[in-house]
Design a protein around this ligand. Structure first.
Ligand SMILES: [Zn+2]
Length: 416
């Protein structure tokens, strides 16, 4: 057995060398997915159209392996949660290209993997969470009002998989515990009822999550969280588990300084580690300990940008006020400009910014209005306190060129 090919480091190298997704996941549209799937078909992967979306876009299922253990994965049931779609394409490509290697043979002999990448292609097209009826597919497991939810339930019921993977993205500012560390990836072993009854499948899933944590932890120490386990009666993960397919939920967040492709790679390593360890039995060498030690997802303590100790000038009164300013950017496709908004003004000592700036030497004014207000675009002009400025000047920016300008989430002139 080629032990080397199974280590997380080797999986990382393998992704670096062999991944085929080249577009940032947030920029991938249905036609891009179709191109990826055409290439997979050429490699010999079974790819079938299994249904259509509300707007009649094709929904596909890929299949690899011929083993008795049935594993079913689906991604992007929320249209603006794309990371795992690319990871699945890369995983099927690498499995197929390496199908003669011992460790892959072991997977294909033990496991049959089916995956639906981009369950919600209409949502993906418009980069929105819901489907085109405006329904959250992940709250439609019982009502089945959407064609996408009906398809997902049918794919499960027709095949009765032993393990399910529900693949999502979470807010970039979600933290691992009440810290300032982003939860780059969060896991949840989804139980099948409100009483949190576990069975052998759930216990095996905990060991699988422990194996995945061990694989990716070195690449993001402290940045893995546990997703909240509130029972959601209308959600698919909970119902899959209730129907007999215990589900592992993977929620990808963000990691400051790393791009979307890094998180594709981490998804690839995590999911392939789960496939490998369930196929070769090495999951049995894990306990639930890694999983149980995960800090719970937390939120509300982190902003994208915090400007500390600024002196805010109200341009109507000219009066100064010492304050911190917090700014967040909104989630958009990578190709689009993400708007930045002022989210808090005041003493923000209890909060952290992914980027923090000491503004104590500066007066700051709003670029496009008389005062700095929560909810407005974060267009900020910074002036050294040593300068004499006529704050009521109508063409302030021309008459008194700012020392630094923060606009659309970045420094466009100078910086603090
Ligand atoms: Zn989601």
């Amino acid at each position: 057995m080629n032990i080397q090919a199974q280590t997380p480091a080797e999986l990382v190298e393998m992704w670096d060398r062999e991944h085929v997704t080249t577009i940032l996941p947030s920029n991938v549209r249905h036609k891009d997915l179709q191109k990826y799937l055409e290439e997979l078909k050429k490699l010999g992967i079974k790819v079938d159209e299994v249904g259509r979306s509300y707007a009649n876009r094709e929904i596909y299922q890929m299949e690899f392996g011929k083993g008795p253990l049935k594993v079913f994965l689906w991604s992007q049931m929320h249209g603006d949660e794309p990371t795992a779609t690319s990871a699945l394409i890369d995983m099927f490509t690498v499995l197929q290209k390496n199908r003669d290697k011992d460790w892959v043979k072991k997977i294909s002999d033990a496991v049959t993997i089916r995956a639906v990448p981009m369950l919600n292609p209409d949502g993906a097209e418009f980069y929105q969470r819901r489907n085109l009826q405006g329904i959250d597919i992940n709250r439609d497991a019982r009502s089945l009002q959407t064609p996408e939810a009906r398809l997902l339930k049918k794919l499960r019921d027709d095949w009765s998989p032993h393990i399910g993977f529900n693949l999502h993205n979470q807010n970039a500012l979600t933290t691992a515990g009440p810290t300032n560390k982003q939860a780059a990836i969060s896991f949840l072993v989804v139980l099948g009822d409100a009483a949190r009854t576990t069975n052998d499948g759930h216990e095996r899933n905990k060991r699988l999550v422990s194996a995945m944590i061990a694989a990716i932890q070195p690449y993001m120490p402290g940045h893995i969280g546990r997703y909240g386990d509130d029972w959601t009666p209308t959600a698919f993960g909970d119902n899959f588990s209730a129907w007999g397919t215990p589900v592992i939920l993977i929620e990808t967040g963000s990691l400051h300084g790393k791009d979307e492709m890094f998180l594709v790679k981490m998804n690839f390593v995590a999911i392939l580690t789960a496939m490998r360890s369930v196929a070769d039995g090495s999951e049995a060498t894990f306990t639930a300990a890694n999983y149980q030690a995960l800090p719970a997802n937390s939120s509300g303590s982190l902003y994208y940008f915090v400007f500390r100790n600024a002196t805010i000038i109200d341009r109507t009164s000219g009066s100064p006020a010492a304050s911190d300013i917090a700014v967040n950017i909104e989630r958009r496709r990578g190709a689009f400009i993400a708007p930045a908004f002022i989210r808090q003004v005041g003493n923000l000592a209890a909060y952290s910014g992914l980027s923090e700036y000491d503004a104590s030497d500066y007066n700051v004014v709003a670029r496009n209005s008389k005062s700095i207000r929560v909810g407005e675009f974060a267009e900020l002009l910074f002036f050294k306190k040593t300068r004499q400025i006529n704050w009521s000047a109508s063409d302030l920016e021309t008459q008194f060129p700012p020392d630094a300008i923060f606009s659309v989430g970045r420094w466009v002139k100078g910086s603090l």
